[in-house]
Design a protein around this ligand. Structure first.
Ligand SMILES: [Zn+2]
Length: 496
């Protein structure tokens, strides 16, 4: 066994190195690279992706995995082989030349999306979206021809996820949220938000970000923060995790909650057991589990009355003029205002799932070829009006706001809403073992980290997503937890 695993780990080590290089290129593309540099990057990405592809699909790994199947493996080795087999199965089905060409297409597609968004012109991006959809449909056919194309991609981002389980989840949530949003609009006691929209100097926003990262336990020695159009997290290994934010000079909360959200992702990556380093297990689990961690910090901690009461003195110190005459309770209500809006990443907890439902409906139709790309902006605007009651003024604030589809990530959005719902239950479970409110009020998040480290973080990909969710939630996932949490929170804030 020793010999076989040693060789397998040698391949994992090489995969790690390619991943590392690709991640650095990805980070650079979003944070520092000049605007017109996609072509050369596309070449490099395509070549490195091909090397990864060759390693994963090559005969050497095939023979080693076969040899390993006949051995008695320990839990970790078995999990490494399981992950490698899964990756290999997916990749071997995609022809090599298409793999190289398609990864180049997505680099150029992301570049087109950036330009389209900048000019708020969907027509720049439309042909690339068409190409991306065509590639993903084709790949779905390779990966599992017996399965629905959209189900293939749902399952890709979260093992076991499919329309049959996502449809009822969203339907039930919609039934709960829509009436609550209407009630808030008609009977809710108004929440004061005028003070949010003023000048918040960027250097003070940067200081606030540092302060919050420190409280989260993210030392700059292992986790740095930079700026990008779309905030994201990229973990190179457990000792080097990068996060980004986007500062809005007119809205301090926007970056604050991006930093806490990405900080949640970063903590997960930082706390994967170092024993798993350089193996395919050394990263956070699927996106639903990952989002549960980021949303847990962003919403259930960051937007709590207790956490904001801890943060309040620092906020007043940094922004004395902006917060003059404002109370912490007013900030709490403003940070939790339920207000149908245009931008997903800035949406409140209550209306956020509606943003996801719009994307879920649309990508389902796009993948199934039921919605022509040319009609997407109009369909988007129609659903925003129907679900959120808002008029979309332009494509930049509408259909072009998210980067996901330009990189071929269809089927990813639902995991945001699911992750948020998992987090609701994890928080309830956490509260059974310690006083979460008290910890937040003290700015002491170590008990939260300890809980999540023990139940989820340390395992990386060693345990399957369903098992991690069970451990974090203390039992089977129950979507009701999330619906009840929203109802409790918002009836209290709006005094319904
Ligand atoms: Zn996230």
């Amino acid at each position: 066994m020793e010999q076989v695993m040693e060789k397998i780990r040698g391949i994992e080590h090489q995969l790690y190195a390619y991943n590392y290089a690709l991640a650095i290129i990805g980070i650079d593309a979003e944070t520092a690279a000049p605007t017109d540099s996609a072509e050369g990057r596309g070449e490099a990405v395509s070549l490195l992706s091909c090397k990864q592809y060759e390693l994963l699909t090559g005969d050497e790994l095939g023979q080693l995995l076969e040899a390993a199947a006949a051995l008695e493996l320990d839990e970790r080795a078995a999990a490494e082989c399981r992950e490698l087999r899964r990756m290999r199965e997916r990749y071997t089905r995609i022809p090599a030349e298409e793999f190289a060409q398609d990864s180049r297409v997505f680099t150029l597609s992301q570049d087109a999306w950036h330009k389209a968004k900048e000019q708020s012109d969907f027509s720049i991006f439309a042909p690339w979206l068409e190409k991306g959809l065509e590639i993903r449909r084709r790949w779905a056919g390779y990966i599992d021809p017996a399965k629905d194309v959209y189900d293939v991609w749902l399952d890709f981002y979260q093992d076991g996820l499919c329309m049959a389980s996502a449809d009822p989840f969203f339907a039930a949530l919609k039934e709960k949220i829509l009436p609550l949003v209407r009630r808030i609009q008609t009977e809710g006691k108004p929440v004061r938000t005028d003070f949010l929209h003023q000048d918040w100097p960027l250097e003070d926003q940067r200081r606030l970000a540092e302060y919050v990262m420190e409280a989260m336990g993210l030392s700059p020695n292992h986790c740095t923060l930079s700026e990008s159009e779309h905030p994201f997290t990229s973990g190179l290994y457990d000792g080097d995790v990068r996060i980004t934010t986007h500062y809005d000079p007119q809205d301090m909360l926007s970056s604050l909650y991006s930093v806490i959200h990405e900080g949640g992702h970063a903590l997960y990556e930082r706390n994967v057991s170092p024993a798993l380093r350089y193996t395919v297990l050394a990263e956070g689990s699927c996106s639903g589990v990952h989002e549960s961690q980021s949303r847990l910090f962003e919403n259930y901690i960051g937007r709590s009355r207790e956490f904001l009461s801890w943060l309040w003195p620092e906020l007043v110190r940094l922004f004395p003029k902006q917060l003059e005459g404002i109370s912490c309770e007013e900030l709490y209500r403003a940070a939790n205002r339920a207000e149908p809006s245009l931008i997903r990443t800035e949406a409140d907890e209550l209306t956020y799932p509606l943003h996801i439902m719009v994307r879920y409906e649309l990508e389902k139709q796009l993948m199934h070829g039921q919605l022509p790309v040319a009609e997407l902006p109009a369909a988007w605007n129609r659903l925003y009006k129907e679900y959120l009651g808002v008029d979309v003024p332009d494509d930049a604030q509408g259909v072009l706001q998210d980067i996901h589809w330009s990189g071929g990530d269809f089927g990813y959005f639902p995991t945001y809403a699911l992750g948020t719902a998992y987090a609701a239950q994890m928080v309830e479970q956490m509260k059974r073992s310690f006083d979460l409110g008290h910890c937040c009020a003290e700015g002491n998040l170590e008990p939260v980290r300890a809980y999540l480290r023990e139940k989820i973080w340390q395992y990386g990909k060693m345990l399957e997503p369903a098992e991690l969710i069970r451990r974090g939630c203390g039992g089977e996932f129950d979507p009701e937890c999330f619906a009840n949490y929203l109802e409790r929170k918002y009836t209290e804030i709006y005094e319904l």
